[in-house]
Design a protein around this ligand. Structure first.
Ligand code: AMP
Ligand code: MG
Length: 272
């Protein structure tokens, strides 16, 4: 890995102001060896697989990975690359779409809390409760006062999860506007990707700067020691996968999860 400590390289320090214009989405720290990156990613996934087995056996804690980013930033691809090789029984991926009528009848965290991972599980949110301070803010559906109140609700919610043994890691996949253009064009050109193209994405693209502001404010207000944000340079897909898998692997290993002690003295028992 080009950066020894991925966690500290990409973390948003709690209480800091975020300026996305100062983080280059093309950054790779001088690393350009895609094949070596693929090896590292494979190694990270193996580390995560080992941690998953311990997490499952321990049955006390959970891991929640939140993925956010502009359209085409690679949320699906990150899941495909970083979660492949895990035991599907213990992984729950949830994609949050525009809320239904029923969901809108409740507070914005209602549908999200219901999807939080249970003990021993790894949960992945493809979009999340953060949409309620991003798209909703950019479209003027809430005012800034409500938005700031929501940051407080989010901090309290994530703190509740942490108190209940859920480790929360939040990733912002940071792409450039040029890279988004190229990826949208690819969706139009490649018949196997046509289905992903939505005209609405162009309307959102026109609000690029507002979205960047909304992300900066949200990450600055909600990056905490219990539920930190990581800003991942994501114009290069291989570098994005490397960073995300590395941060997750480092984090789960730091927990030093042990297999439970046997209920019996295994040396004294004979199976006949
Ligand atoms: P996709 O990720 O391409 O499947 O698109 C999902 C869409 O649902 C995106 O346009 C999101 O902005 C939208 N969405 C997700 N959560 C919310 C929310 N809480 N409020 C409004 N729109 C949302
Ligand atoms: Mg989409």
């Amino acid at each position: 890995m080009p950066v020894k400590e991925a966690r500290s390289a990409f973390i948003v320090k709690p209480g800091s102001r975020v300026d996305l214009t100062r983080i280059d989405p093309r950054e790779t720290f001088g690393f350009s060896d895609k094949d070596a990156a693929a090896k590292h990613i494979e190694g990270n996934v193996k580390r995560l697989f080992d941690a998953q087995r311990r997490l499952w056996a321990e049955n006390k804690r959970a891991l929640l990975i939140v993925l956010q980013g502009m359209d085409t930033s690679g949320k699906d691809g990150t899941i495909r690359h970083c979660m492949t090789g895990l035991d599907p029984s213990g992984v729950k991926v949830v994609s949050f779409k525009r809320p239904t009528e029923k969901e809108l009848d409740h507070d914005f965290l209602w549908r999200v809390h219901a999807q939080a991972p249970g003990k021993g599980e790894i949960g992945v949110f493809n979009r999340s409760h953060y949409e309620d301070v991003l798209v909703v803010r950019v479209h003027g559906l809430i005012d800034m006062r409500t938005c700031r109140r929501r940051y407080e609700h989010i901090r309290a919610f994530e703190s509740l999860l942490a108190d209940s043994g859920v480790m929360v890691l939040k990733f912002f996949l940071h792409i450039s506007k040029d890279e988004q253009k190229a990826r949208l064009e690819e969706r139009l050109a490649d018949p196997t990707k046509n289905w992903k193209f939505e005209e609405g994405d162009l309307a959102e693209r026109r609000k690029w700067d507002e979205y960047q502001r909304a992300y900066e404010d949200a990450m600055g207000a909600t990056s905490t020691a219990e539920a930190p944000w990581f800003i991942v340079p994501s114009d290069r897909k291989w570098f994005r996968n490397l960073c995300v898998s590395q941060v997750i692997a480092e984090t789960v290993e730091s927990l030093k999860i042990q297999y439970p002690k046997p209920h019996v003295d295994v040396k004294k028992i004979k199976v006949r």
